[in-house]
Write a new protein. Structure first.
Length: 119
């Protein structure tokens, strides 16, 4: 995938889950790719839900719904301590709003890394 993507989302976070340094984040918004993502456009493929060979094409769109599910883990008591994060980056057509609903278009990416507060 060699395209750019701009995402805008409203994100809510819940900190100190179970009294520890775990933070849960959930976000909802829009995702705009600079071109139609190749990975989201599939030709004939195996449909594991229906246990058949799908004879239809999936054509995605540059503008799709954007959803974030994220977990951060770090010591909040230490100033500027790095936090380890894991995020599911989900683009979808949300039941036919942006693409035809059958077959659905979109993609999922699992991202991870470190966050550092520089303030």
């Amino acid at each position: 995938m060699k395209h750019g993507e701009v995402n805008g989302a409203v994100i809510g976070r819940v900190s100190e889950i179970f009294g520890g340094p775990l933070i849960f984040g959930f976000g909802e918004g829009l995702s705009l790719a600079t071109e139609n993502p190749i990975m989201e456009n599939q030709k004939k493929w195996l449909d594991f839900k229906r246990n058949t060979f799908a004879d239809y094409d999936i054509e995605s769109r540059p503008l799709l719904n954007f959803l974030i599910i994220e977990f951060d883990y770090g010591l909040s008591s230490v100033a500027r301590s790095p936090k380890l994060f894991v995020r599911i980056h989900h683009r979808s057509e949300i039941w036919g709003t942006f693409c035809p609903p059958n077959p659905p278009c979109g993609s999922n990416f699992l991202t991870y890394g470190f966050k550092v507060n520089i303030n």
